[in-house]
Write a protein that binds this ligand. Structure first.
Ligand code: OXD
Ligand code: MN
Length: 634
């Protein structure tokens, strides 16, 4: 709080009543009071309300979100709709703003070039000026949460100030209440804090007006994030991606992991066991569909903390308790569990979908598209265009639903366990049409770190620009890493090396195509890859060693396809999918090398592994005198 000066004449007592002040004072925490005083003075709300863990207080947030029109009730009980700002197809608040999300870096500190950053003093000056008076005329809600299960090594407490009732309500669904936890801090300053303001609002529903002044600045030194002029949850909710960034910094200084991982319970048929896996996938690479595989259980879909545990395993906990999921393509066929949960009565916030007669519609919901309704652009009818003539779809491709995980029929029993769950394996998934096989296991932990660091995602027709361009996405976490990449990779390496029982690491690729451009796998095949990986973590299948990892043997996959999908899996399919494509693999290594060479202090083990794979791939090519080597020959 070094650069922030409290306005001399501001008296917080003018905007907070005795009852709310008493709620704050009961926390007995000087730092909480100091943060509240400083930022209330800066943002100048007309009223401050403190929300405890009581039902009445939480109901107040729900009601108020509706009263001020940030949410509107729908027909189904518990359902509400919220819209984020939209002015044109290329000027809106419907997604994370990467360009204006920056890490504040103190002078003289190194930061990798792909991590968007700004000099700390300069950044603070800019954002504090924007925030001066940003809550004028509005109510500031103070909420207290616990990231991770309560009473646990994983728990990190978090204080949120926001003038968005939608933000305060979403956080109630997505995070564990922490007012009582703050009392147990006994005055400690060990908590993250988040100041958010939607800024000046326009229209009804009210949306952020000044998107040009949208800023999300991450201040690692203070363990805080300041976010202004936005409502979209990926920008506004302190506890989601903003807290992930703070946690990554903390984890990298304390030798644990904070990752963009789901946590999945895998339940193999005919075996009385559950094995837990984490997984990181860049967007549109199959993360949710893996986390929601039929017959398995879900602990989390987005963010996990991993810590070494007394039993020798790494344990993982979901820091959230809810899903802020992409609603596109959720339909009874492809995603029956979520479809069922969000179409029946329960507390659910829909965002940026189309509403007709108080029912929500979205892209890929399996229903005919209504001819008209209300969507993120206001009144909508088929064919509506924005000011530049670009067609406005009925629902936004990034429209979302917000629900609690324990409302799902596949919620894992250990969802809230203070111990988290022991991790047997980690999946890294990419999108790659011609290189990696559908599944492979890393040669060891360090090679697993390499695999994670080398994930690539290929652009598709769903994004602007050329198709098929591969972009590196280390651990699918590049948007959130706030420490130099070398430090991040080294932390992964030592984390695993220090464990007694190290998770096995697997690469998956659901997007392999044949030369004619046709996908080589069906959507459901991923269940087989996951079951093979699960078996490998219990030493149940043999595998073939290649320079880039262990690949499955044909007969194991044949049996798994029969058992799980009741499908014949031919030798031809296996051969097409699991051949080692030498030139493509060497080209991938070249791309990875080029990316990491741009950075400083990438650990030696990374370069050694890269060179080793390159050398062995070349040797293999010479030995077989072929560019594509069949797994039957290995
Ligand atoms: C994301 C999300 O953008 O999970 O990664 O919403
Ligand atoms: Mn995510």
């Amino acid at each position: 709080m070094d650069t922030l000066k409290t306005k001399p004449n501001f008296d917080i007592n003018n905007v907070i009543d005795k009852e709310n002040l008493a709620k704050l004072e009961a926390l007995n925490n000087k730092k909480v009071m100091q943060v509240v005083n400083e930022f209330v003075a800066l943002c100048k709300p007309s009223k401050v309300t403190v929300i405890t863990d009581s039902k009445e207080d939480i109901d107040y947030v729900r009601q108020k979100a509706i009263e001020i029109h940030e949410e509107k009730r729908l027909f189904t009980e518990g359902h509400t709709i919220h819209y984020d700002g939209f002015f044109a197809m290329d000027y809106h608040d419907q997604a994370r703003d990467k360009a204006n999300t920056r890490v504040l870096v103190p002078k003289g500190e190194y930061m990798s070039q792909w991590i968007n950053n700004i000099d700390r003093n300069e950044g603070l000056k800019e954002i504090l000026e924007i925030m001066d008076g940003c809550m004028e005329g509005n109510e500031c809600i103070i909420r207290l949460f616990c990231l991770g299960p309560k009473n646990s090594q994983f728990s990190i407490l978090a204080l949120q100030l926001t003038d968005s009732l939608y933000v305060a309500h979403s956080e109630d669904i997505l995070y564990r209440a922490g007012y009582e936890e703050f009392k147990k801090l006994n005055g400690s300053e060990e908590f993250f804090y988040f100041i958010h303001s939607a800024g000046e609002l326009v229209g009804n529903p009210p949306v952020t007006k000044n998107l040009d002044k949208r800023r999300i600045y991450i201040d690692l030194q203070e363990g805080r994030v300041l976010s202004v002029n936005n409502q979209y949850a990926g920008n506004s909710l302190g506890l989601k991606k903003l807290a992930l960034r703070l946690a990554i910094d903390k984890a990298n200084n304390e030798d644990w992991l904070a990752e963009h991982y789901f946590i999945l319970g895998v339940h193999p048929k005919e075996k009385k066991r559950v094995s837990y896996f984490c997984g990181a996938y860049p967007s549109a690479c199959g993360k949710t569909s893996t986390a929601m595989l039929p017959g398995q259980s879900i602990v989390g879909d987005d963010i996990a903390y991993l810590r070494p545990w007394e039993d020798g395993y790494a344990h993982a906990a979901n820091i959230e308790q809810g899903l802020f999921g992409i609603i596109r393509d959720v339909n009874p066929e492809d995603d029956p569990v979520i479809y069922d949960a969000i179409t029946t009565p329960r507390e659910t916030i829909f965002s940026n979908v189309l509403i007709t007669e108080e029912f929500p519609y979205w892209i890929g919901d399996g229903k005919p598209v209504p001819k008209k309704g209300i969507n993120f652009s206001g009144k909508w009818k088929k064919g509506k265009v924005d000011e530049k003539g670009k067609e406005i779809p009925h629902a936004h491709p990034n429209a979302r639903y917000t629900i609690r995980i324990n409302e799902l029929s596949n919620a894992d029993v250990n969802l809230d366990s203070p111990e988290g769950v022991p991790i047997d394996g980690i999946f890294y998934g990419g999108r790659d049409s011609d290189t990696l096989p559908p599944v492979l296991e890393s040669l060891d932990w360090e090679h697993g770190v390499f695999i994670g660091a080398a994930i690539e995602s290929e652009t598709t027709s769903a994004t602007l620009g050329a198709e098929g361009v591969r972009r590196p996405s280390p651990m699918a976490n590049l948007d959130f890493v706030v420490v130099p990449l070398g430090k991040y990779l080294d932390n992964h390496r030592t984390f695993g090396n220090n464990l007694k029982v190290c998770p096995k690491v697997f690469a998956t690729n659901y997007f392999l195509k044949n030369k004619e451009g046709k996908y080589l796998n069906g959507m459901l095949d991923k269940l087989v890859w996951v079951m093979w990986a699960e078996g490998r973590t219990h030493n149940e299948f043999e595998a073939i060693k290649t320079p880039v990892g262990f690949i499955p043997k044909y007969h194991d996959l044949r049996d798994l396809f029969r058992l799980y999908l009741d499908k014949d899996y031919s030798k031809k399919e296996y051969e097409q999918q699991f051949s080692i494509r030498i030139t493509h693999l060497l080209e991938k290594l070249d791309r990875v090398e080029a990316m990491y060479k741009k950075d400083k202090e990438i650990p030696e083990f990374f370069w050694t592994l890269l060179e080793d794979q390159r050398k062995k791939l070349k040797e293999l090519k010479e030995k077989y005198n072929s560019d594509e080597i069949s797994p039957f020959d290995l």
